[in-house]
Write a protein that binds this ligand. Sequence first.
Ligand code: GLU
Length: 475
Amino acid sequence: MSSAVVTRFAPSPTGYLHIGGARTALFNWLYARRYGGRMMLRIEDTDRERSTQGAIDAILDGMSWLGLDWDGDVVYQFARAERHREVAQALLDSGNAYRCYATPDELAQMRETARAEGRPLRYDGRWRDRDPSDAPAGVAPAIRLRAPSEGETVVEDAVQGRVVWQNRDLDDLVLLRSDGNPTYMLAVVVDDHDMGVTQVIRGDDHLTNAARQSQIFSALGWEVPRMAHIPLIHGADGAKLSKRHGALGVDAYRDLGYLPAALRNYLVRLGWSHGDQEVFSTEEMVAAFDLKAIGRSPARFDFAKLENLNGLYIRGASDAALVSAIEQVVPSIGAERGLSAPLPPALREKLTAAMPGLKERAKTLVELIDSAYYLYAARPLALDAKAAALLTDETKARLGAVIAELEALETWDAASTEGAVRAFAEANGLKLGLVAQPLRAALTGRTTSPPVFDVLAVLGREESLSRLRDQVGQG
Ligand code: GLU
């Protein structure tokens, strides 16, 4: 295959960029990259009532966040309506389309009859061969395709295989409505042609449209792009994907603390496989991606798998990259934790220093932020219930004595604080944990944290001692 490959992602901006759309975008992106081609982005905003600028922004943001860039300018379908009308006119001129004056009442009647007879609704072609001079005065016509009435329409689909429709089952579809607005079916064909699209990759809910669109391409004498219709994503229970299953906007995944690289990796395996490989760098995905390895049955969305993969990417990320990733989600999830972006330089530094310990346990950035609570908690710390229960009169008295030992230290680091605490425990015949646990509770407000001496080192002398004094009432 040559560098002539052109794919496109063509979302309708009627909602957020949901997870299925993101996967479609990714597959188009990978295929174009794999063959040294281009991926275009077309916003299908012809439904003026349901398309919103907010949705367009969410789609563009979501793609940027996922690292899926497109080639050239974004194409807005509605802005091309004049071109679509021009093509409809050309089809009229060539006899491949005709004017239809059927009234809404007639069409409703046709629908009724079809339903009564248990047939699928088909336009009965009543204006197909009628003399144009029969046209009723003052009625604006719709323009319909003069579709072939015999033979077959065949789509050789890279995923679905050879799919055949009997032309007698496909009626003469509307290209231009009586109000002069192009239909979706016409717009897609004209745009795909004008954008030089060679390979369509989209959800298999568009498979029947592929037959319709092939007929329009043929009527225009244009080459039909190659097709690949990918099975939709289902929930873990096999039912159609719903919000409950993870049919959220890509922005929601960002706010749940997923890394774009992890989500990309997760999405590529939703319906596509490469041996039993689960983890792919972007380069590996690009090198391995192909349409042949897309399965025909719906992929199942599995949150646990996404989490595990995200944990893997978190552990593999550099400390600095994780601090930046945290900073990026702080505007949406930081406020309730008392954080705002940009993070104060001192906190950035502490986060970076603590990251090697923190990232071992976190599966999401949210967990990472929460486990770093002790680094940004405001004094006096709000203790969680378990930590509060650890601080009894007895353990507080013990901490009071430890404070005196720590105050005496000349150097303050993990080793020196550990030495002091161990010596204290031994001198008092206590197991280390009986001192370390209340220390952790007072310093972090939690009962789990990175090793407590690392916490002391990262917080530094002043902050550590102040937090301990707060809890033992020496403030
Ligand atoms: N705009 C359509 C959608 O969002 C996609 C059309 C296409 O890919 O041909 O479902």
